[in-house]
Ligand binder design. Structure first.
Ligand code: FO1
Length: 455
């Protein structure tokens, strides 16, 4: 058993049978470095049975748009080719996931089903329904976190400083090289190739993302980052003009790249210790803190999920006069009085990305310019999930909750509307980086994109 049992949770008490093993892939959409696939392969080898993988496509997943499906399907098509070259079956299901997976398991006479871990509400519902609907055992494997989320803490952590020591003491046991995926001794039955063109047409209507999708593109992006931008990561990470960001978040979000692979590559890189630490803090502590928050706080995407102190202070300032009030459409169109905010919004709409430092400023201004904190959370999540390529992710929900609701943060000097929620100002950004250069660059990008679109 090369898989750490601390990564596996049995979700029902159905028996394990002798038949093929089915891995219901969802969050971790990759072949290499995938603990859920490794565990399913191990179960198949024990039974001398075939190994099958299925991905269930769900329409309008949390407000996802054509670009997101195009990026995701691009990655899944490569997963299918890679799996079939190893004698592992792959198929795409459509419809209500739990029902589709249960009927596929029956058709295959599967002896066991494996799924990957995801703290989001929609996924918990899917897994619970599958656990009830299946006639055989369902195992959940945390293939997304280096230290399994359910293991490192059994409660909602207050902040990074309470989770970090638990992570750091557990890391040596988990942060290690992956075993190689052994192909099953019994090849899967041929289910025919997926009609990717038809699927892509139906789910994304030909929209193509600016970022190349898939597992090897994710590994290339990791290598580019480690060989290039990593060395300047510590000092440039709060400068949107520096392009110092890793650019890995879409690959991590769709599970096309393993965070554990990224951590192993960064730790072995020839770069300043400060740069490595700064990146690993984001990759390990901040990301695992986000999964922890979404797993243990069922209201991770609403005002009700904020800590008491934050709800009290925001309540106390509900009636403060708002100098500016913007509706969803105005925010979406980037038509506010603030040119930095508009540029950040337009960059996100055009590229599906926004620099992390600006994401905080962007969300905080939505609190300042909407009627209530509830509206602010709703608009920030709706815009983030509609336009960010890495949207619909625990990191995104926690980013909004941190910026607007002080989650994992502490109180600061009290002021109107924000109360003691940390404030950010345009002047503060000007002191940090060249705002005019950033706005100019986004305007140029936007006008170039407009020219391309019309040509
Ligand atoms: N997961 C699925 O199992 N089926 C889907 O159809 C699906 C669509 C989808 C679209 C956009 C997106 O950002 C994520 C999507 N996911 C889907 C889930 C994704 O793989 C992640 O598990 C969560 O979004 C993050 O935890």
């Amino acid at each position: 058993m090369y898989l750490d049992p601390l990564r596996v949770t049995q979700l029902n008490s159905r028996p394990a049978g002798p038949g093929p093993v089915l891995y219901w892939m969802s969050r971790d959409q990759r072949v290499r470095d995938n603990w859920a696939l490794l565990f399913a392969a191990e179960l198949a080898a024990e039974r001398n049975a075939p190994l099958e993988v299925a991905f269930c496509l769900s329409r309008r997943f949390l407000g996802a748009s054509a670009i997101h499906y195009s990026f995701m399907l691009g990655g899944l098509a490569r997963v299918e080719r890679d799996l079939e070259s190893r004698g592992i079956g792959f198929q795409v299901l459509e419809g209500e996931p739990a029902g589709e997976v249960a009927s596929l398991a029956r058709r295959l006479r599967a002896g066991a089903v494996v799924c990957d871990f995801d703290p989001l509400r929609i996924k918990r519902r899917w897994r619970a329904a599958a656990a009830r609907g299946l006639d055989v055992v369902l195992f959940e494997v945390d293939a997304h976190n280096i230290v399994p989320c359910r293991y490192v803490s059994q409660k909602q952590e207050y902040a990074a400083f309470t989770l970090r020591p638990k992570l750091h003491s557990a890391l040596p046991g988990f942060l290690r090289e992956f075993p190689v995926l052994a192909g099953p001794r019994v090849a899967a039955g041929d289910v025919g190739r997926t009609e990717w063109e038809a699927l892509t047409e139906r789910y994304s209507g030909g929209a193509a993302p600016a970022t190349a999708p898939g597992e090897s593109a994710g590994l290339d992006a990791l290598r580019d980052f480690v060989d290039g931008r990593l060395k300047g990561y510590a000092e440039n990470s709060s400068d949107p003009n520096s392009e110092a960001e890793s650019g890995l978040s879409p690959y991590l979000h769709f599970g096309q790249l393993s965070a554990q692979r990224a951590a192993l590559e960064v730790m072995g890189a020839d770069a300043p210790a400060a740069a490595k630490e700064a990146f690993l803090e984001q990759l390990i502590v901040r990301r695992e803190l986000s999964d922890n928050f979404c797993l243990y706080n069922s209201r991770y995407d609403s005002f009700a999920g904020f800590p008491d102190w934050a709800r009290r202070t925001l309540d106390a300032h509900r009636d403060d006069p708002r100098e500016y009030i913007y509706g969803f459409r105005q925010l979406e169109a980037g038509r506010t009085h603030d040119e930095l905010w508009n540029a950040a919004q337009l960059q996100m709409v055009a590229t599906g990305k926004m620099h992390n430092y600006l994401r905080i400023y962007w969300a905080k201004k939505i609190l300042e310019w909407t009627r209530s904190p509830e509206d602010a959370v709703k608009y920030a999540i709706k815009l983030n999930d509609r336009y960010e390529l890495d949207g619909r992710d625990p990191n995104g929900y926690v980013g909004v909750a941190w910026s607007i609701g002080g989650v994992h943060d502490r109180g600061w000097r009290e002021r109107k509307i924000f109360g003691t929620i940390r404030y950010m100002s345009l002047e503060g950004c000007r002191r940090k980086f060249d705002v005019d250069a950033y706005v100019r660059r986004v305007d140029e990008q936007a006008s170039r994109a407009a020219v391309d679109a019309s040509s």
